[in-house]
Design a protein around this ligand. Structure first.
Ligand SMILES: [Zn+2]
Length: 137
């Protein structure tokens, strides 16, 4: 209920903002011209390309790197909601990758060689059982 009220308030604020921009369009246009450097210069676009426009390449680069980092982080991080650890461990039978903290079969404080070999033995026994053989020893 509170979430729906928040959306209505946000929508009303956006509508009011758009109406204010339309009503004061000349003022907004002048403010934008001053802040992008396209007014009171020798040519119509000299100030723009000398000021704000000269930063477009950097803005593009920073934007592309930011999107790449965000996408990479979203792809490799743990699939548990809200967890930003790297999800190294696939959870068998699911399309999900989990971090050490959330995966049920990976010990949080690091796996000993006995634990790793025990897991491997369990896998081999399950494989042999699936084939109808005796458990491997
Ligand atoms: Zn996690």
């Amino acid at each position: 209920m509170a979430k729906r009220t928040g959306y209505w308030i946000l929508g009303a604020a956006i509508v009011v903002g758009v109406i204010l921009v339309i009503v004061n369009f000349a003022v907004v246009r002048h403010w934008l011209a001053v802040h992008t450097g396209t007014v009171n210069e020798s040519g119509p676009y000299y100030g723009f390309w000398s000021g704000f426009g000269s930063d477009l390449g950097e803005a593009t680069l920073i934007g592309a790197v930011s999107v790449g980092v965000y996408t990479g982080a979203r792809k490799v991080n743990c699939h548990s909601k809200g967890c930003w650890r790297i999800g190294h461990h696939p959870l068998e039978g699911t399309p999900y990758h989990l971090c050490t903290h959330h995966h049920p079969d990976v010990p949080v404080e690091g796996a000993s060689i006995e634990h790793i070999l025990g897991q491997h033995q369990k896998f081999k026994d399950a494989q042999a059982a699936a084939l109808g053989d005796q458990p491997a020893s």
